[in-house]
Design a protein around this ligand. Structure first.
Ligand code: HEM
Ligand SMILES: *[C@@H]1O[C@H](CO)[C@@H](O)[C@H](O)[C@H]1NC(C)=O
Ligand SMILES: CC(=O)N[C@H]1CO[C@H](CO)[C@@H](O)[C@@H]1O
Length: 532
């Protein structure tokens, strides 16, 4: 009995699955043929899996597939014929338009009341997991969030950022034991810059005291919050793009990721409660979180954010501002290490503004444009915010510039639901905007007015990076102090040239939520050696 029934069951089940699968394959082929036959205005690029969806995002690029780092790996090929291309996945994912043209960027990514393009909910999944927030919201919801969050980003905050950076730099020199050293070997510069960026957000964002000393193990043996944040940042892409049930597999990485998320969530909840108490007690603090809670309490209830939204916005700061700033600073130092001539040029400005010993003040920020420029140029080379992801909310059109050398534009219809991706690597390496785009040349940005729209790697229009000034002020103060005291040197392999070092280290990028180079060491040599 049993035998005969299972003998019938299995072939039937298999037949049913085969039919379902067959239909989905047919549907896919039908769609592909339809896309292939549309006389798209843009060249089509075929690839097995869409680079930014499951399972394509799991892979890096190889000869047979464009993975999640494809825009970096193929940065000199993709846009050779056209600044906008249609990426068509054959096996999995939906087609999407990718563009290296910032004019298209302004049409789709700048926000504004009349825009037909939105950030698609899918691209916001990692952020929404922590509560709705300024980065994920759209329309009136976005304006409400940006009001509350934006209220905190003003001159008082930037002065605080500047002062705290200075304080943290001194503390770092002390705690790391560099005070009496003439030469310092830093095995992983990212450890230093990540700690700096984290401390800045934890002190100017949350109002914590900044100390370079490692956080003590918590009394109950739970994970230190810094550790939780690091793990969440590192596993975010897995948790976002993998099917949910995989999180519960007994793999140590998954378990750690789950624990870190839980730890961070409880931490956030405590923070909201604590801030409300501080505001109610009339304590005036300049950190973003307190000001945000305060301006929220001052709003009429119609415009107020709830607790989960406040948490969402705090998380955005940690998330959008931590890894981006840390890796951009590391890249700047990496480029400094192989460009002694630029270091000297910048040092000259630092000395002419500050002299050899005076403490830098926030007012100096505006005179240190060459220091700002080395940071900007590092972000241009490896844009930490590597894509602006948008989708057409309506049937609409794009005005597309003709290729370089040809005047005029053409109007291209875009169907509702079309995904448009502004490829920041493409934009920042586009020869339309940059001479010798692959060359690190900070002089492109000398004399650039602060917050100029000409620098596009923080995004465009009203939806551009809220933390741009925060990051730039922090970087300028830190680099000014560091470059005045120390000469930055690369750690070369035997016989390796600086150009080869750049290829091996700085051109080897990792793509997750941010784009960044792999970890690397640098060396510092004191400019005025201590006699011993
Ligand atoms: C070098 C460092 C940074 C880079 C390269 C960077 C890059 C970007 C880019 C490209 C966007 C636009 C995203 C889009 O339009 O889809 C953005 C948005 C944003 N950034 Fe940054 N960012 C940096 C640092 C920071 C810091 C330090 C903070 C906070 C303290 C921050 C907070 C935000 C927020 C809240 C948004 C969303 C704004 C909105 O949608 O209204 N960023 N960032
Ligand atoms: C920053 O430090 C200066 C002294 O160097 C001080 O006068 C100023 O009040 C401080 N500002 C803030 C916002 O901490
Ligand atoms: C408009 C919107 O999506 N608001 C969301 C804010 O965040 C909370 C918590 O994640 C959601 O429940 C809301 O839907």
């Amino acid at each position: 009995m049993l035998e005969s029934s299972s003998g019938i069951l299995w072939p039937r089940l298999i037949a049913v699955f085969a039919v379902i699968w067959g239909f989905s394959v047919l549907r896919r082929i039908f769609r592909l043929v339809k896309v292939a036959l549309t006389a798209s205005e843009f060249p089509k690029l075929y690839t097995p899996f869409y680079p930014f969806s499951f399972p394509g995002a799991l892979f890096t690029s190889s000869s047979w597939n464009d993975g999640r780092d494809w825009h970096w790996v193929r940065r000199f090929q993709t846009y050779r014929q056209s600044e906008t291309v249609l990426v068509v996945p054959i096996l999995a994912g939906k087609p999407g338009l990718w563009s290296s043209n910032i004019d298209i960027g302004r049409q789709v990514a700048a926000g504004g009341q009349r825009s037909d393009f939105i950030k698609p909910p899918d691209s916001n999944r990692p952020l929404l997991a922590w509560g709705m927030n300024v980065s994920a919201a759209e329309g009136p919801m976005w304006r409400k969030h940006r009001r509350i969050v934006g209220a905190a980003f003003g001159p008082e905050l930037y002065k605080l950022v500047w002062n705290k950076t200075r304080e943290i730099y001194r503390d770092m020199i002390e705690v790391e034991g560099w005070k009496n050293a003439n030469v310092v070997d830093i095995p992983t510069i990212q450890k230093i810059t990540a700690k700096l960026a984290f401390l800045l957000i934890s002190t100017c964002g949350f109002g914590f005291p900044p100390t370079w000393e490692d956080f003590p193990q918590t009394a109950d043996g739970s994970m230190p919050i810094q550790e939780a944040l690091r793990i969440v940042a590192e596993t975010e892409i897995l948790f976002t793009f993998l099917p949910k049930w995989l999180r519960f597999l007994p793999i140590s990485g998954m378990r750690e990721g789950r624990l870190a998320r839980k730890r961070l969530r409880i931490f956030m909840q405590d923070q909201v409660t604590e801030r409300k108490g501080i505001v109610a007690a009339g304590d005036k603090r300049a950190d973003v979180f307190t000001i945000m809670v305060k301006s929220n309490e001052d709003e009429s209830s119609k415009y107020q954010l709830d607790d989960s939204e406040l948490i969402g916005n705090v998380f955005v700061m940690l998330f959008a501002g931590h890894e981006t700033t840390a890796s951009s600073l590391a890249v700047a130092l990496g480029y400094m290490s192989i460009h002694e001539e630029i270091q000297n040029e910048v040092l000259e400005q630092i000395i002419s503004v500050l002299g050899p010993t005076r403490d830098p003040e926030y007012d100096d920020y505006f005179k240190l444009d060459k220091v700002i420029a080395i940071f900007y140029e590092a972000i241009r080379m490896i844009p930490a915010g590597h894509v602006l992801i948008r989708g057409a909310a309506e049937d609409t059109v794009l005005t597309v510039q003709n290729p370089v050398g040809e005047e005029g534009t053409k109007t291209v219809p875009i169907a509702k639901g079309t995904s448009v991706i502004i490829d920041m690597v493409g934009v920042q390496h586009n020869p339309r905007y940059f001479e010798d785009p692959e060359e690190y040349k900070p002089s492109r940005w000398y004399d650039l007015p602060a917050d100029s729209e000409q620098f596009t790697a923080f995004g465009v229009g009203s939806r551009a990076c809220l933390g741009r000034r925060f990051a730039t002020v922090e970087a300028t103060c830190f680099l000014t102090l560091l470059l005045r005291d120390w000469k930055v040197l690369p750690v070369l392999r035997p016989g390796e040239t600086k150009e080869a070092w750049r290829g091996r280290v700085l051109n080897d990028v990792r793509v997750g939520m941010t784009m960044k180079p792999g970890d690397f060491p640098i060396k510092l040599a004191r400019r005025n050696p201590l006699s011993k």
